[in-house]
Design a protein. Structure first.
Length: 318
């Protein structure tokens, strides 16, 4: 009888261990799928893809996955400016009965993002802090880093430094690529905060660190964004020639990848102006303006170039 009990106990322990392993694999798989499907430049398409994924989870009766997916549907809706719809989607996710940690943390993070967009920063802060604490306690470093990065974005400078450091500790400690992804995000955002403080040397170091992390992700587009930001800081530090060489290469790479080059063209003009190569700067600005007008570039980029051309032309109309 004792042997039978021991055998049953061993079987129960093995079954529990296998289920835990399968659940961990499933959550990692879902996390990767959500990251792959989410495109910030195409929130409408993202919403459509994730809605289809949510229907799959619902058909399988996978309530935990459904809740987590719905939080990302809400995020895509909010990016389109559909805040009331996003609110209803988050309410739908919250109504699902699951005790799984990841969906609950995702819900807190997305609720915080939505509250921030709705103009309720204090409520958003509470939601992000609770998300961070819950994720850290449950050993979910990727979600904790996400919450930390949101707090670093919205809080005053010194508090932002603290939350950036907390997120970095979690991200750099992990060997999981989906967690280490936050190194590049956190450092890129921190570089922007340092630039706002006119600490261009610190910003350059932060963007260089972001670039190193993002190159490991094998995503040329996000790497170019960090290298562009690094080159801007080099210009502000008086290294316009080096910055111009980087922007020339980035323009070629972005053109080959069929990505917008408006900001790169404008920055090339700024580098030529910093080098006192006014004739070249004027020609570059004229070429950039023609290019951006044909591409339907944002109005602020067009207006900036027209202002630069007016200045380079001695006050005349471009």
């Amino acid at each position: 009888m004792m042997r039978v009990r021991h055998s049953l106990l061993l079987l129960l322990l093995l079954t529990t261990a296998v289920r835990a392993l399968l659940y961990a694999q499933d959550t990692r798989s879902l996390e990767q799928r959500l990251a792959q499907e989410f495109d910030y430049d195409d929130p409408k398409g993202t919403e459509s893809r994730l809605a289809a994924l949510s229907r799959e989870a619902q058909a399988k009766g996978d309530i935990a996955s459904l809740e987590e997916i719905l939080t990302q549907v809400a995020r895509a809706q909010a990016l389109q400016g559909h805040l009331d719809e996003a609110d209803r989607t988050l309410d739908r996710a919250a109504a699902l009965s699951t005790e799984a940690v990841r969906p609950r943390v995702r819900l807190l993070i997305e609720r915080g993002r939505l509250l921030r967009r709705q103009g309720h920063p204090q409520d958003a802060r509470v939601s992000f802090e609770k998300a961070y604490e819950t994720a850290a306690a449950a050993e979910q470093p990727g979600l904790a880093a996400d919450a930390a990065h949101m707090l670093a974005l919205m809080l005053p400078f010194e508090e932002a430094r603290t939350w950036t450091d907390r997120g970095l500790v979690l991200a750099e400690r992990s060997s999981d690529p989906t967690v280490r992804h936050w190194v590049g995000v956190l450092m890129n955002n921190w570089g922007e905060r340092l630039d706002e403080q006119s600490d261009h040397e610190g910003a350059a170091l932060a963007f260089a660190r972001a670039l190193a992390a993002r190159r490991l992700e094998n995503d040329p587009s996000v790497s170019r964004a960090s290298e562009f930001a690094l080159a801007v800081q080099l210009r502000k530090l008086g290294l316009a020639a080096q910055a111009l060489a980087i922007q020339d290469r980035l323009q070629q790479e972005a053109t080959s990848a069929k990505e917008p080059v408006g900001e790169i063209l404008i920055e090339k003009v700024e580098n030529l102006r910093a080098l006192n190569r006014k004739d070249e700067a004027r020609r570059a600005a004229e070429e950039a303006l023609r290019s951006l007008l044909s591409q339907g570039a944002p109005a602020e980029q067009i207006d900036h170039l027209r202002s630069v051309l007016k200045d380079l032309s001695g006050g005349g109309s471009p």
